[in-house]
Every structure is written in C-alpha cells, then in structure tokens.
Design a protein around this ligand. Structure first.
Ligand code: SF4
Ligand code: SF4
Length: 382
C-alpha cells in the first residue's frame, strides 16, 4: 500500500486495530446523531443457499483500489459482488487482489455477460472469471440483467449451469434484474425446479409496492434477496445541503427482513465507513424525513427503471437501459460505467434510432421528461 493510501486509511479510521474500529463505530449518522454502540457486522442468511452474509456487503463495481475492499473485509464484510465486464473486465482482478490469502473467508458473487445465453458463452465467462478472480470456484454466479422470465428458463443455460456446478466451479445460481423486476422475481418464485437461489434486484425507498411484494414472495419461496440501487441513483443534490441521504437509504432497504443484504458500491474509505456504520441500526424518523426530502429533490429525474415507457417508442429504443446508463453517469458519477453498459445495447435499440425520428412519442408513467433525458444521454453516451 502506498503512503498516501495508508494515510487515507488511518484518517478514515479503518486501519489501526481498536482505535480504527472505534472510528467506524462512532461515525456520524445520517440524521446527525452519533452511532456509537452499533453492533458492528450483522449477518443474515441468503435464502436457501444457507450462506450467512453481512447485511452491508461490498458492491465492488466502481472500486478502483483493492485496499478499500480489503478494509471492508478486515472489518467483517464477507460477500463481494462483481461482474465479468465491470471496469472493462478489470474489476474481478481488483477483487482477487483484495481477497488474496483470505479467499476462503469470503463469498464471491460474479455475473456472466448480459448476452451470454449459450453453453459456450457461459463456459467461457466462468473460465475467464475464475482466472481473473484467481480462484477455483465462484460462490454465486448470476445471469446478468434479466428483463423478463424467458432467460431464466432457457434449457441450454440451465444445462450449462448444472455442469459448472458438477465440476465444482459454481456453487449457487442467481440472476440480476433492473427492468421488469416483479415479473422476473415472480418467475423465479413459481419455478417448480427452484433453480435459482439468489436474486439481485434494484430496491430502494422510491420502489413501488409491487417490487416490495414480489421480494416478499420470492424470499418466502427461499430465494436469497440482495438489494442494489439502494441509493436511488446516488444523486448529489444541493436541496439537501450537507446532509447525506445515503445511510438513511441503506437503512430503509435493510429494514425489510425479506432482504438479506445490500451491496452499495463503495469507491473509497469514506463511503466504506459511511455504509458499514449502518449495520444494526434501525431507521429513525429523522431518516424518514431525509428520505422524503431526497425523494422530492430527485423526483424530476429519478427513473424507477420500470420499463413501462418502452411501449411508447415505436422504434423499440431500450429506454430503460438508457435511463440506467444516464443514472450511472449523473448519479454514480461514472461516465466510464455508463458507456460500458451503453455499449451492450444492440444498435437497433440504441440512441441512433432517435436521430431521424420526427417527434418523440415516448412517455413516462411517473412524469419524467424523456426527450430531455434522451438529449442528455445523447451528449454523454453516444
Ligand atoms: S425520439 Fe423518442 S419515439 Fe423517437 S425513436 Fe427516440 S425514443 Fe423513440
Ligand atoms: S422513464 Fe418512467 S416509465 Fe420509463 S422506466 Fe423510467 S420510471 Fe419507468
């Protein structure tokens, strides 16, 4: 670790034994109160996998330094979420560095490419992930970005996954979904073969009741639910002044007992400290007030990724995916990730289709100005 990084670690109270841990435990809460006395790492069981994982687990998608992940692991986090394609394929290597020497104390979840729907694709993705992660097995392999029930039932995909499990390369199967989430969850819930054990879903204080209900049914069926997008885009908003809504948003997701864990993306030690100190804390009325203000502030541009606008574009533009890319750029502050995800959208559904469109007919059920968003997306992504 370089000198600068080490200084940053000490400053954040993440190194340095008891003193460092005290730093974490006395972090300032989202509503301003000291959180001294929070019980440290808290674990829940990931559905029928039986894995006991920390309720705040590590979303590594945007973490550039292995040391940041390692600091979380040293303080008890035991589940890391990555994907084959994050950081143009480099993210798994960073995770590998972070778990060096302690691989067996940590659960690793990764994702095949979103377009991988054949045996050949999946075998290739898994071999690449094993190499990059420098491990002989993946704890949870997820099919990435399901938009409906179909991809969960492709026989060839299931055969490939079963073979990978028989070879000892994958322990449990999961899916991730951002769009049409209730349908995807319902498909997994009703699956007579109980094939998928884990679902990674977007869930936050802005989610409609149908998502909460679908999560409850899936959890009851034994599916381990991991929440992502818990920060509703992570937008910085001047309307809140210096108050951070992030801890409140995380607590909101974790107050739902049907959610096993959340995987907030943590880029640096400050974010790690902020997120870890939430474990074991209840949502307060102060948090709820913050979320209400945050929700109002982001309402004009926060997209629930419900996909309901897609039918209003006759040219089949992948509006939900494009909104998500824009969220990565404007909310998460990562144009790189935005462009990376955008590149996965087929040409026939990309922004190029809008170029000679005489008038945008796309409309949002939540009142978002889609043409304005597309204009911004065009500038950032195309
Ligand atoms: S401008 Fe609007 S209606 Fe036209 S192709 Fe683009 S999204 Fe569809
Ligand atoms: S723009 Fe509106 S309709 Fe479209 S996905 Fe977002 S919230 Fe749903």
């Amino acid at each position: 670790m370089g000198a600068i990084n080490r200084r940053a670690f000490i400053k954040a109270g993440v190194l340095g034994g008891a003193a460092g841990l005290a730093g974490l435990r006395t972090a300032i809460g989202s509503s301003g109160e000291a959180t001294a006395g929070n019980p440290g790492p808290v674990y829940r069981t990931l559905g029928r996998t039986g894995l006991k994982i920390t309720v705040v687990s590590f979303g590594a998608m945007l973490t550039p330094e292995a040391e940041v992940i390692r600091a979380g692991l040293d303080r008890g986090i035991n589940y890391i979420d990555t994907a084959r394609r994050y950081m143009n394929g480099k993210n798994e290597g960073i995770v590998a560095q972070a778990v060096k020497g302690i691989r067996n104390n940590v659960y690793l979840a990764t994702k095949a490419r979103p377009t991988s729907d054949t045996k050949k694709d999946l075998f290739r993705d898994v071999e690449e992930s094993l190499t990059e992660l420098r491990t002989d097995h993946i704890d949870v392999l997820q099919l990435h970005s399901l938009k409906g029930r179909e991809r969960a039932f492709i026989p060839e995909v299931r055969e490939a996954l079963v073979q990978l499990r028989q070879q000892g390369k994958v322990r449990f199967f999961g899916v991730t979904t951002h769009t049409n989430q209730a349908e995807v969850l319902q498909a997994l819930t009703e699956d007579p073969d109980r094939f998928f054990d884990v679902a990674l879903v977007g869930y936050n204080f802005k989610s409609p009741p149908e998502i909460r209900q679908a999560i409850a049914r899936a959890a009851k069926a034994g599916i381990g639910i991991i929440a992502m997008k818990t920060q509703a885009g992570g937008y910085q908003t001047a309307a809140l002044g210096s108050i951070s809504p992030h801890q409140a948003a995380l607590k909101w997701a974790l107050q739902d007992a049907n959610v096993t864990a959340a995987i907030p993306g943590m880029k640096d030690l400050a974010q790690l400290q902020e997120d870890m100190s939430v474990m074991g804390l209840a949502l307060t009325q102060g948090d709820e007030r913050i979320l209400q203000r945050y929700g109002q502030a982001i309402h004009p541009y926060y997209c629930q990724l419900c996909g309901k606008c897609e039918g209003s574009c006759a040219r089949g533009v992948a509006l939900s995916d494009i909104h998500r890319c824009l969220m990565y750029a404007e909310g998460y502050g990562s144009r790189e990730l935005a462009r990376e995800v955008y590149r996965q959208i087929p040409k026939r559904a990309s922004l190029g289709r809008c170029r000679d469109c005489p008038a945008c007919t796309a409309s949002c059920v939540n009142g978002i100005d889609i043409p304005a968003k597309l204009e911004r997306a065009g500038r950032i992504l195309a």
